[in-house]
Design a protein around this ligand. Structure first.
Ligand code: ATP
Ligand code: MG
Length: 506
């Protein structure tokens, strides 16, 4: 007899409906799986066989053919264990098949018939809801994650026995209700602990308000890492749709800590400088999101930027510009969103003291040149705020910090962002000033004659590219937003230009 059960597979961060057709008929006993299964799906044969027996069902001593459709999509992971088991039971008439068309079944199965959670359930639930599917049957550990999506009946079970009881007697069961678990309050380090560094604090505020990329350059121990780690504390929380998007990416990557609740705070990812290209941008034979996608809508912090391998840094160029990354494989090409703010820190030279007021730099010009060569022109061109963080004065070090707290700065950042959002109300994909396109600049970053002359002068003197000039306008727009000004004024443009004047002394 033939049975068809529905399941789903993840492609990128989206889900695709997968049919699991099971035919149990006469012939030499055995089980074959067709339809581009990976090793984990192949192994499912043995798991399912043992699980059915141990859960007290009869494993048919017949020829079992399992076909996964669509045939051209590679299927991965253990989430097909449950649909395969249900299919075998339905095809051998051990369970009622009348509900099978209405639900997607997902779950890994253990040898005793228990159900184990799988990754990517939120993405699958969101896709199922868009497709108009009635509901989902999932392991208990995935229940709250699936129930985040409204308009979908989610049934969660501990083991295969319970699933078959549900299929035979659905009226006895109620769908899972979503219970929003308390958000884990993310305690960010506070800006009020930072002594001095007014210039660095200002740049941080601009980066937060406009989503601009930022690099801190300065001697050891001046507070670069300290400042950068305080950026999440001055960023507004994610909106509901952003939170859904971010949670979906983390769910696909199997990194959801609290399965019952959306990720509400902006991600802050800080990969080590030994990170490989694929771990940064995503990869694998079944492409998985990398650090830049896990930082989507948040921050990618690259401490000691010059320590990263040059070819790894080059990978960042396309995603920094486009806000997404495309990973191509022989059989598929997937797109991961990666709209992140890059925050980096580095010393000005190998010894760390170039430009320092007290300690002399021991590097030769050649060494400094080689050091900066690692950060290619195209990468630095994409970093809007290049900020020198100098060593603190002795009296600053010994006194208590006097700067504003993160909460006070966040208030201004929020006002600046609100102002930008009101301007972008008809532009669906615009989140903040850094994402404006050339057309938007003509509309919202008009310059008066004095500002235009100033910018022209800076382009000539600093040898700025057209991209750098556009980015200066975006930063100037954010500075004006923070000041509550509708029009760009000369001092906004002047401040924005100043973030391009860092002395690398090559
Ligand atoms: N501006 C500052 N205000 C208060 N404490 C500071 C400041 N700068 C540095 N410190 C103290 O020094 C420690 C080291 O600072 P931090 O790690 O930010 O330096 P850094 O500039 O990143 O140095 P490196 O170039 O070696 O990475 C901090 O944890 C903090 O205790
Ligand atoms: Mg540091």
């Amino acid at each position: 007899m033939l049975a068809r059960v529905w399941s789903s597979s993840i492609v990128g961060i989206d889900a695709v409906k997968v049919g699991v057709e099971v035919d149990v008929s006469g012939g030499l006993p055995g089980i074959v799986v067709l339809g581009l299964p990976d090793a984990a799906v192949q192994e499912a044969k043995e798991r399912v066989k043992a699980a059915l027996k141990n859960a007290g069902f009869a494993f048919p001593v017949k020829k079992i053919v399992i076909n996964l459709t669509p045939a051209d999509l590679r299927k991965e992971g253990a989430c097909f264990d449950l649909p395969m088991s249900v299919g075998i039971l339905a095809a051998s008439e051990q369970v009622s098949a009348h509900l099978l068309g209405d639900y997607l079944f997902l779950g890994e199965i253990s040898l005793d018939g228990g159900l184990r959670s799988v990754a990517g359930v939120l993405a699958i639930a969101a896709t199922a809801q868009k497709m108009g599917i009635t509901g989902l049957v999932v392991p208990c550990d995935n229940a709250q994650e699936a129930a985040i999506v409204e308009g979908l009946a989610v049934y969660a079970f501990k083991n295969l026995r319970q699933v078959t009881d549900f299929l035979n007697n659905p009226e006895r069961y109620k769908p899972v209700q979503h219970v929003e678990t308390l958000h884990t309050t993310c305690l960010h380090a506070d800006l009020k602990d930072v002594k001095g560094q007014a210039h660095g604090r200002r740049a941080l505020e601009i980066a937060a308000a406009g989503g601009h990329n930022l690099v801190f350059v300065g001697p050891p121990g001046s507070g670069k890492t300290m400042l950068a780690r305080r950026l999440p504390g001055i960023l507004p929380p994610l909106s509901f749709s952003e939170a859904l998007e971010v949670t979906q990416i983390h769910s696909v990557a199997g990194l959801l800590k609290n399965r019952g609740s959306l990720v509400r705070h902006r991600p802050f990812r800080s990969p080590h400088h030994s990170a490989s290209g694929p771990s940064l941008v995503g990869g694998g034979s079944f492409p998985r999101p990398g650090e830049i996608s896990l930082a989507h809508r948040g921050i990618l912090f690259m401490d000691e930027l010059t320590e990263f391998k040059r070819d790894v840094l080059e990978f960042l160029r396309q995603p920094l510009e486009d806000g997404y990354v495309t990973i191509s494989r022989t059989r598929q090409s997937v797109m991961f969103p990666s709209q992140f703010t890059l925050v980096a820190s580095t010393n000005p030279c190998p010894c760390g003291y170039y430009g320092d007021t007290i300690q002399a730099c021991t590097c030769s010009p050649r060494q400094r040149e080689q050091y900066w060569a690692k950060l290619s022109g195209p990468l630095m061109d994409r970093i809007d705020l290049q900020v020198a963080v100098n060593r603190l004065k002795p009296e600053e070090i010994t006194q208590q910090p006097t700067g504003e707290s993160s909460a006070q700065v966040l208030e201004r950042v929020q006002q600046g962002r609100d102002r930008a959002e009101r301007r972008f109300q008809d532009e669906l994909n615009l989140g903040c000033n850094a994402h404006m396109q050339t057309g938007h600049l003509q509309q919202w970053c008009k310059l008066d004659d004095a500002s235009r002359n100033l910018l022209e002068c800076a382009i000539k003197k600093l040898g700025l590219s057209a991209r750098a000039s556009d980015r200066i306008l975006k930063v100037a727009r954010t500075i004006a937003d923070l000041a509550g000004d509708d029009d760009l004024k000369t001092h906004h443009v002047a401040e924005a230009i100043q973030y391009r004047t860092i002395d690398r002394m090559q």
